[in-house]
Design a binder for this molecule. Structure first.
Ligand code: AFP
Length: 335
């Protein structure tokens, strides 16, 4: 069997579709290499104390773990010198990081959540890295933080790694979604899923049910109907899953379908998840895999962001379920 590596996949994309320039390929390869280093650090578990809190909060007001900081630095150091980027923005940094003048600058912007789900680190549950690539507007002649504020539809690539029982890398360059598995002996990502498609029909939903008292009526209606099972309006039993690592929840949905909700509610008025580091890349991937992603009312990829650390409601996964939730919001709005 021919083993296709990440590099081969990207070169073939360029040959056949002209969509992955050498600069974009190098950028994705460097991000993937950084993910290997993070995977190695995560796999050490409590041996190094890297899951410990450092006693500081990030810009989101969440307790930072040592590994959050290490993962952030690994990605920054790996990507700053190669000449493909103009700047990077991270969930763990208040301000964007501009490529220092000692290095050449490139046409791309990189955004990442270095360690998504890090509150799960101390209990050995899968965590991951999410990334998104944008083009720097106006050839970066007038770069500032607002250069990042482009709707998700402008992403040229997005992906995420899951550091679970196996380390997997899910990627889209706008031509479907593919999955790679890290061969730890060889140190390379090998293509193991050449076309990830989310099943249209599902009987599984993912939501943090402890927020139930805060949910808005359309979300409550949707979940109530799922919970009613065979004898309810949906006429079938549903199963519920919630890992509290978006990377793991979305990976499951890519593999076997389902719907993921972290909606706006009475407590999370703007939503809980970050638009630029979590919602946009995941929405791009999910749509490329045949699914859908909205904030309850509109397509996530169409939203014009107003801030780098902005939060947003998220409903994503199997298309028909996302459309149903969105429809319930529309009906509630119409009164
Ligand atoms: P952390 O990276 O701070 O652990 O947050 C993870 C996350 O952003 C996302 O991966 C989960 O889906 C969501 O938060 C879980 O949130 P709850 O803890 O509120 O369920």
């Amino acid at each position: 069997m021919r083993r296709v590596t990440l590099t081969q996949y990207l070169i073939e994309q360029q040959r056949h579709y002209g969509t992955v320039s050498p600069e974009l390929r190098l950028l994705i390869e460097v991000v993937a290499r950084a993910c290997k280093a993070i995977s190695h650090a995560v796999s050490k578990g409590p041996l190094t104390g890297i899951g410990d809190s450092v006693g500081l909060d990030n810009v989101q007001g969440e307790a930072q773990k040592k590994l959050d900081i290490i993962a952030n630095e690994v990605l920054m150091e790996a990507n700053e010198w190669g000449g493909q980027l103009a700047a990077m923005a991270s969930e763990e940094m208040a301000e964007p990081y501009q490529i220092p003048n000692r290095y050449p600058k490139g046409e791309f912007l990189l955004l990442y959540d270095p360690l998504d789900g890090s509150s799960n680190l101390d209990v050995n549950i899968a965590v991951g890295t999410i990334f998104s690539v944008l083009r720097c507007p106006n050839n970066c002649t007038e770069f500032d933080a607002s250069s990042f504020l482009q709707p998700g539809s402008q992403q040229v690539a997005a992906g995420f790694a899951v550091y679970g029982a196996a380390t997997v890398l899910v990627l889209t360059v706008g031509n479907g979604v593919v999955g790679f598995t890290l061969d730890k002996e060889l140190g390379s990502f090998v293509l193991t899923d050449e076309r990830i498609m989310i099943p249209e029909e599902t009987q599984e939903f993912a939501i943090n049910a402890s927020n139930m008292r805060n949910w808005h009526p359309p979300v409550k209606r949707y979940i109530d109907e799922c919970m009613a099972g065979k004898t309810g309006p949906r006429g079938k039993d549903f199963n519920m899953r919630w890992v509290a690592s978006m990377v793991a929840d979305v990976y499951r949905i890519l593999c076997r379908g389902g719907v993921f909700l972290y909606p706006k509610d009475a407590k999370h008025k703007e939503g809980r998840l970050r638009m630029m580091y979590e919602a946009n890349p995941m929405a791009f991937i999910v749509e490329q895999a045949g699914g859908a992603a909205t904030d309850g009312t509109q397509r996530i990829l169409d939203i014009q962001p107003s801030g780098l650390h902005q939060r947003v409601g998220v409903v994503l996964g199997s298309k028909s379920e996302v459309e149903r939730v969105t429809q319930y919001h529309a009906e509630a709005h119409e009164g």
